[in-house]
Design a protein around this ligand. Structure first.
Ligand code: ADP
Ligand code: UVW
Ligand code: MG
Length: 406
């Protein structure tokens, strides 16, 4: 596959089980030409929101109605892009970049997907049953529409491949673990890599000399310890279930909880899987997974919302302490993703009481909203605390474009 010199656009697809987020980027200046989201794929009430960002007007167009599957979703996206003169048939498209959640131990670099790679991605589905099937479907559909274009997979696990064995190995029987590929892989790596680098930039330091704890707090949430630009530990494990309390996932628990749910609770493995992945975390604790709603309810005196918030913060603090110990010295704690970028109360509560670790916030700085990376720590604090908006799509496009233009 050859990429023409005029081709400098990359379409990035982040396919979820029932949604597709997308961005079309112009890599000449890293600008966005269009962004959008298809939600509730397969339901009667699917919704496509498309925002063209060319030609001044950034008026969003919304389509509501049934979109049967990922193929129909991508065709609808292609049709919307075509209306703005940005169709998928454009010779200016250099590649389609895909977020793929699990790359196992094999895929630690951005990879052009051919039939062989697709088959290997299929084999990884059991390690990320919630995420990988949709990622694979997204690639297949994009490939069918533009078979001539390089489809580049960028893996959530890639950035974490540098973890030392002491961090990635679980303390279980080694032969069993190795035979079944059981180890810590870690996820959200594209975001952790981008945010660690942007944090160093914000501090005016070289990434190689900067130690950062990155807290990616979205619906899924994970923490990572990054030493000199290299990941040395992260909170998600074999799958994106371990670690922090998330919107619908439990994060850490005693593995014996699972035996108890089976033996005493009479639940099947699939029921337990669904319970821990979809009905736990914030939604399991209080019935809501949106942090804004939880804070609103807590402020009205709702006890279960207050408890959900406290459990969430307690776990977050434990990881900040643990990763301070892992790194030995930290330059910054960086908050990112939906909750991390937007929730003043979450950041305040997470950092409160950590003065002994060199951490303290400036209340006014923490209350400011914005889209730019910024410091929110107190002037007297030894360690910086930053809000650094993540941009997984830009990072995926950058990596995909670098690969195909080599
Ligand atoms: N102003 C806000 N305050 C608190 N939480 C917010 C705010 N805005 C967004 N969020 C949270 O961000 C979450 C989504 O984060 P995001 O990083 O987009 O997640 P994902 O990529 O996993 O869908 C929502 O579930 C919501 O709880
Ligand atoms: C890996 C993972 O948890 O991704 P998301 O936050 O998109 O669910
Ligand atoms: Mg996300």
């Amino acid at each position: 596959m050859t990429v023409s010199r005029a081709a400098n656009r990359v379409l990035v697809l982040n396919s979820g089980s029932s949604s597709v987020k997308y961005q079309l980027l112009d890599m000449a200046d890293a600008s966005r030409l269009a962004v959008g989201l298809v939600e509730r794929i397969g339901e009667e009430t699917s919704r496509l929101k498309h925002t063209p960002l060319t030609g001044g007007g950034a008026e969003a167009r919304v389509f509501e109605g049934p979109i049967a599957d990922h193929k129909a979703a991508l065709e609808a996206v292609a049709a919307e892009l075509a209306k703005d003169g940005l169709g998928l048939d454009s010779p200016e498209l250099a590649a389609i970049g895909h977020r793929v959640v699990h790359g196992g131990t094999k895929f630690t670099q951005p990879t052009v997907v051919d039939a062989e790679v697709l088959a290997e991605l299929e084999q990884l589905v059991p390690l990320a049953p919630l995420h990988n099937p949709a990622n694979v479907t997204g690639i297949e559909v994009a490939r069918a529409i533009r078979p001539d274009l390089p489809q580049v997979a960028v893996f959530d696990t890639a950035f974490h491949a540098t973890m030392p064995e002491a961090a990635y190995r679980y303390a279980i029987d080694r032969e069993t673990a190795d035979a079944l590929s059981i180890r810590r892989y870690g996820f959200h790596g594209t975001s952790h890599a981008y945010v660690a680098r942007e944090t160093a930039k914000l501090l005016g330091k070289a990434p190689e000399e900067t130690n950062v704890i990155v807290l990616h707090l979205g619906n899924g949430a994970s923490a990572s310890a990054v030493r000199g630009g290299v990941c040395v530990d992260t909170s998600m494990g074999l799958t994106p279930l371990e670690g922090l309390v998330m919107g619908t996932r439990s994060g850490d628990l005693d593995p014996a909880v699972i035996f108890h749910l089976a033996r005493v609770g009479g639940k099947s493995v699939d029921e337990i899987d669904a319970l821990l992945n979809k009905k736990s975390g914030l939604i399991g604790l209080c019935g809501d997974n949106d942090m804004r709603e939880i804070l609103r309810r807590r402020d009205e005196g709702d006890a279960s919302a207050a408890l959900a918030f406290d459990v969430y913060i307690h776990r977050l603090k434990k990881y900040i302490g643990a990763y301070t110990a892992v790194l030995g010295r930290i330059d910054a704690v960086a908050f990112t993703a939906g909750v991390g970028e937007n929730s003043t109360p979450v950041r305040e509560a997470a950092i409160a009481g950590l003065e002994e670790l060199g951490l303290a916030l400036d209340g006014e700085r923490n209350a400011v909203r914005g889209d730019e990376p910024r410091l929110i720590s107190a002037d007297y604090a030894r360690v910086a605390v930053a809000v650094v908006p993540t941009d997984e799509e830009l990072e995926i496009a950058t990596q995909a474009y670098a690969l195909v233009t080599g």
